[in-house]
Write a protein that binds this ligand. Structure first.
Ligand SMILES: *[C@@H]1O[C@H](CO)[C@@H](O)[C@H](O)[C@H]1NC(C)=O
Ligand SMILES: *[C@@H]1O[C@H](CO)[C@@H](O)[C@H](O)[C@H]1NC(C)=O
Ligand SMILES: *[C@@H]1O[C@H](CO)[C@@H](O)[C@H](O)[C@H]1NC(C)=O
Ligand SMILES: *[C@@H]1O[C@H](CO)[C@@H](O)[C@H](O)[C@H]1NC(C)=O
Ligand SMILES: *[C@@H]1O[C@H](CO)[C@@H](O)[C@H](O)[C@H]1NC(C)=O
Ligand SMILES: *[C@@H]1O[C@H](CO)[C@@H](O)[C@H](O)[C@H]1NC(C)=O
Ligand SMILES: *[C@@H]1O[C@H](CO)[C@@H](O)[C@H](O)[C@H]1NC(C)=O
Ligand SMILES: *[C@@H]1O[C@H](CO)[C@@H](O)[C@H](O)[C@H]1NC(C)=O
Ligand SMILES: *[C@@H]1O[C@H](CO)[C@@H](O)[C@H](O)[C@H]1NC(C)=O
Ligand SMILES: *[C@H]1O[C@H](CO)[C@@H](O)[C@H](O)[C@H]1NC(C)=O
Length: 498
């Protein structure tokens, strides 16, 4: 009896360890026509205080550029190499020696992702996946690096069936011959389940069953919160529901102490005409809320307080990606390192640096009468005492040489000079307050934080992930089947509870 109790206690303590601070990392896909040089990539990571990255390969130049930066790196064994590595421990040992041992410790490689959604994209490699993982791990053991470098394999969440409500979730049973030894391995080596979670696709393919706000982490009225009728746990967002579905699916196979790291999650900022919710606002809302959620250390309803570190998909917009327009628009930055949007990171605690979302600008109203704009511009640069010299020929804000661009600059300068009071942005009704930074080239507007600091001071987990074929796209493909099932589940669940 006493022993039993002790075991229970040990068990309870070991349930999903929360030993470290949660982190936010970013995935670095490289399918860009003008992929920045690794040194530029690293400069961006540093400027943005990004401390965890995931690469989709183990690119030597990238690993060298990441050396001595303190950035934690997850590297990937590309899917094409799984078959060979899964059949030969010496091939695995060579891979580890070339891509890990050769760079560590200068480059802080903390994880190896063996493949990317192998079970759903490369079924014929599934049978050697666990061997590949074990061979890679043995090579790390031989190099005495197995404690520093975790080995796992990112899974598509589409292998979790009936994920709504989470307590009924289970892994696709036909994958159990792979998943059971995989979970055994993860448990015995203290590694984590790597999961790619895309509430965007869950929402898109739910045909309105999943509310947009629920996918975007926006607060729902209490009577709209989803309640799991088996556990009575309340779910306020799709992300938590998916993570808990993974915990429940593992528990169904009797694995209760394997933590989850989300290796991909994000939202596209632009899409085709049939992707109306791929917008800058939604992408900003999703990623900002995701970051706050991870750093808030709330955990999930099933495991409150247990961190779910997450890698955002992804650093750059990948213009070479095929598939729908949204595929090219998951990035936080363009190839120049210019943010696609400025994340709203207020109230996220000490981990985050300055909130850059509170910047407002005063600009010319759309469609304002050019004559009235000219008059207001003349007033601002004259009686308004705005320092308008940057608008002179040869100066940074001269181009584009038109009344709208010049009025924008003069209005914004006046507005900031006057302490950003709404009154200071009127100009006889031809001016308006905007949250988009009109700065361009070397013409920095008052209130601009420049092109740095989008992500502020935040920490995250890391892996290098850049497959030639987009894992997000692959995900969206195999998600179709799963979504039908999931949506059916959610419908039933939703009818009862929403
Ligand atoms: C590789 O496999 C051979 C036999 O197949 C075995 O003798 C050897 O110990 C293995 N090496 C490692 C590093 O696991
Ligand atoms: C890698 O990062 C971890 C976490 O910050 C740290 O504990 C470890 O000392 C680092 N290793 C190296 C070799 O820098
Ligand atoms: C389960 O996995 C098998 C093998 O990959 C696949 O053929 C089947 O479609 C999956 N089932 C569901 C419901 O996703
Ligand atoms: C999980 O454990 C329970 C109780 O020990 C056992 O009855 C069940 O068969 C196990 N399930 C699996 C999938 O191993
Ligand atoms: C942060 O956590 C607290 C309680 O732990 C919760 O009340 C609050 O809603 C959370 N905020 C976010 C943004 O998740
Ligand atoms: C980042 O945050 C840490 C912890 O809050 C702080 O010590 C550090 O000075 C910050 N760095 C910058 C550049 O703001
Ligand atoms: C915000 O930025 C300013 C100047 O860049 C810096 O002095 C200040 O410490 C920052 N605040 C935080 C909370 O990081
Ligand atoms: C935004 O800035 C204004 C004044 O510049 C300040 O009063 C307000 O508290 C700020 N809001 C946030 C959320 O930081
Ligand atoms: C952005 O960062 C670069 C490199 O760190 C620096 O040279 C530049 O001055 C910064 N720009 C702004 C507006 O802070
Ligand atoms: C990631 O790996 C892929 C496949 O090996 C490669 O083509 C690509 O260049 C790599 N991207 C980065 C950022 O290293």
């Amino acid at each position: 009896m006493a022993l039993h109790f002790l075991l229970l206690l040990l068990f309870a303590v070991s349930v999903v360890a929360a030993d470290e601070e949660p982190f936010i990392g970013v995935n670095i896909g490289t399918d860009l026509s003008d992929m920045p040089h690794p040194t530029q990539v690293v400069a961006l990571l540093k400027a943005q205080q990004i401390r965890h990255v995931r690469l989709y390969d183990a690119d030597q130049a990238m690993l060298l550029a990441l050396a001595k930066t303190g950035i934690q790196v997850a590297v990937t064994v590309p899917n094409e190499e799984i078959l060979a590595i899964g059949q030969s421990n010496s091939t695995a040992a060579n891979w580890v020696s070339r891509n890990v041992v050769a760079h560590y410790p200068a480059t802080n490689i903390t994880a190896i992702c063996v493949g990317s959604e192998v079970l759903t994209t490369l079924p014929n490699a599934a049978k050697v996946l666990v061997s590949a993982i074990k061979y890679i791990h043995s090579a790390l053991v031989a190099s005495n690096l197995d404690r520093q470098v975790k080995v796992s394999t990112p899974l598509s969440s589409s292998i979790i069936l009936d994920s709504f409500p989470p307590s009924q979730a289970f892994f696709n049973r036909s994958l159990n011959p792979v998943l059971v030894p995989l979970l055994d391995f993860l448990q015995s080596t203290g590694s984590y389940l790597m999961l790619n979670i895309y509430p965007y696709y869950d929402y898109m393919q739910s045909n309105g069953v999943i509310p947009l706000d629920y996918a975007l982490f926006k607060s729902l009225p209490p009577n709209k919160e989803a309640v799991d009728s088996n556990t009575l746990l309340h779910y306020t967002n799709v992300f938590d529901a998916m993570v808990d579905a993974a915990y429940f699916a593992m528990a169904f196979l009797n694995y209760t102490n394997i933590p989850v790291v989300v290796t991909e999650s994000g939202w596209p900022s632009k899409g085709g005409s049939n992707e109306p919710d791929a917008t800058v606002d939604n992408a900003n809302t999703y990623n900002s809320n995701l970051i706050k959620h991870v750093f808030n250390k709330t955990g999930t309803p099933k495991h409150p307080g247990i961190d779910v570190s997450t890698y955002i998909y992804e650093l750059y917009n990948e213009d070479m990606k095929s598939g729908p327009l949204s595929e090219k628009n998951w990035g936080l930055f363009d190839a120049n390192g210019t943010p696609i949007y400025i994340l709203h990171l207020t109230e996220s605690g000490a981990v985050l640096a300055n909130d850059t979302s509170n910047n407002t600008f005063c600009i010319a109203k759309d469609g304002a009468d050019p004559k009235m704009l000219q008059a207001a511009l003349d007033w601002a640069c004259g009686p308004g005492k705005v320092e308008c010299s940057p608008l002179l020929q040869g100066q940074p804000c001269y181009e584009p040489d038109n009344v709208i661009a010049h009025a924008n600059y003069a209005f914004d300068t006046y507005y900031h000079k006057m302490g950003k009071t709404p009154d200071a942005c009127d100009f006889n009704g031809v001016a308006t307050i905007s949250t988009s930074d009109p700065s361009h080239g070397s013409c920095l507007f008052p209130g601009s934080v420049g092109k740095n600091g989008t992500l502020g001071n935040f920490t995250a987990p890391s892996m290098n992930s850049t497959n030639s074929d987009s894992s997000a796209y692959k995900f969206s493909c195999d998600l179709r089947i799963r979504s039908l099932l999931m949506v059916t589940g959610f419908l039933l669940w939703g009818v009862v509870l929403l």
